[in-house]
Design a protein around this ligand. Sequence first.
Ligand code: GLC
Length: 777
Amino acid sequence: MRYGYFDNEAREYVITRPDTPAPWINYLGNGGYSAIISNCAGGLSFHKDACYRRITRYRFSGVPMDRPGKYIYIRDMDSGEYWSPSWQPAGKSLDEYECRHGMGYTKIKGAYSGISAEVTYFIPLGRDYELWVMKISNHSGRKRNLKVFSYVEFSWHEALRDTICDWPRRLFDCRFIDGFVSFDPMREGEPLFSYFGTDLPIESYDSCRDRFLGAYRTETNPIAVEKGFCSNSSIVSDNACGGLCCPLTLEAGEEKTAAFVLGVSGTRESSGEKGRAALDRKAMERDFEELRQSWERLLSHMRFDTPDEDVNTMLNVWHQYQCKTTFDWSRFISYYERGVDRGIGFRDTMQDVLGAMHMVAPEKIKERINLLLGIQLQRGDAMSVYYPATGKAHGGGRSDDHLWSVYSVCSYIRETGDAAYLQEKIPYYDGGEGAVLEHLENAVRFTMNNLGSNGIPLLLNCDWNDTIPSINKRGGAESVFVFFQLAHAVSELTTLYRQFGVADKIAWAESVRDYCKSKLDTVWDGDWFLRAFTDKGEKYGSHEDEYNKIVLNPQSWAVISGLCPKEKCLTALDSVRRLLNTELGVMSIWPATSEFNPDKKLYCWNPKGTGENGGIFNHTNTWIVIAEAMMGRNEYAWEYYRKVLPSKRNDIADQCMAEPYVYGSSMNSIQHEFPRIAGNSWLTGTASWMFVAVSQYILGIRPDYDGLIVDPHIPAEWGHAEVEREFRGVKFRISIRNNDRGNGTRFLIVDGERIDGSRFFLSSIAGRKTVDVMSEG
Ligand code: GLC
């Protein structure tokens, strides 16, 4: 069953029935003041940091689900009936409902008893407030006396303390000042005040949540709305809200516009002035148009035209939009991530930058990479997460974090040509500083200094797989995934050294690579690669076992690392097809078991058939797509990509639960009692890596240090595809002719000139602004 459809023209996903199986959300803002909003107007707002600067509350896992939010109630003063144009929280069945999630905005329209209201929620670019602009019209044929109530629940800014400590409840002040409900968290540190107001005449207000809602009530039936007025409450303890009551009369056929603003300011006195400026009608229109144009620009750097409409929808709109969202918010906050213990992750965002490089300004990419390199330690490994508001990092001790930086930095230089970046000095988290290149080399050195008894990198606290530490209770476990990551990293460094003439380092990088080659037999299990060695020295991910015989990641990374001979790669990939490939996608492990019994080599935490334990872990599916394309098995690459494409879930959205317009982290596989349930949508490494997989490997358009590679591996059924890509200030119009032989491109025609192979130098097109490229396979 479906709940909506893609409107590609408008770049919107349109939800036509509100009772989606889970809240289907959208992100507003771009890394500064930001918000999440669901199709029923549930959600929350935060300022730069969802953990330390939470502006409004959201009750994760609460019932009723998806509360509170950015709520509007309309009350008919003659009949006493009230409803919400977003269906929830009032929950009254509407005569019409539609939610349009767009690029940086959400429009929710609801009609009841002849009154239609459409509310557009957005955050103007670079501003620290959000606007809710409501167009309300009367189609009932008679004059209507209404009151509009609006409501948000303020959060004391530190989200975790707001949830678990008693004292924040007694340490704030919330009252109506200068036309706005103003919340002062009375917190040490940089002052930040929240405010909420409207351009409608305010008849009454509430700052006390429990006066607005009433005791033992919920947002569904607030006492204020039921009575028809607020009680002008102020509050200095317990629970604060911004509740406003505004009379509104509509003649028959009349339409009015009303706007609401929720924002933050540095002084309490300036809130009113800021709020009024934000509500200026002309400014609002201009701000919305600016937002629209900024997305138009962001999405214009790469445009795709393939014979598959689902693919086009994802690539031209939603997939890129998701890449930008993960770039902004890492794994920090979503409907599934509570925004209190993830921050901006080293491992995660080093991967996120890969999907944003083609569209986000190079300075911003660099700023993000710098921030992450700044939480690396001198010895080479890194802290795991960083909080923007405090500048503090947490975690660390993992075997993989630091290695992700090599590919990201190299990709940044390939995209921008900014090789000078390698020499920029970045501080280490524990003191001192080093050039970017030194940070990368230290990462490799750290791994080489931390090998286990089989000569494979130690797993330490964990590797990419957060759920694997149980194989390492006593220490000494080794990770084959990290082993391949290491091989890949030194191969990247070798190419970099060659490209930029760092001759004295090549021998070192090659020696690490040779070392890795010498260990290939140690990690080979006969038909595939092992996943690890446990702390008892046992093989993990081996055919010898009853469970957990084969794990996906080492197979794809064996190929991606470029370390292994072709036959071994193909044997491993064939094993993946035979044992892990299913109609829903490729499973992460097989056979999965939920039993935890180290005596039987069973170490799993999460239920069988979910996530890392045999689910369809989408992030890992991206790498198998790349691996198959690299091996020239185009049909398999396409098959794996197509299977996990979110838009393909649109018609079975009721079974999958999560939004069909973005990737989720994973979906339950056929090894689970309830297959198909997808979860943890939005913030997943799947976004960036799948974008790399499709654009750089299936479509084959890969930036290189001094040129562009066009080496497509499209499926036979496509015949052709067209891509426009901006690269180093030049617009490339790339036309891909059927390349189903799997042998790569035979020749390119670059502005009419034939070039053998799949790569051309930028020097050959110097001075041109638009270049036509045709690839012949
Ligand atoms: C989740 C985490 C990511 C981790 C992966 C595997 O996606 O966000 O950091 O690498 O799970 O455990």
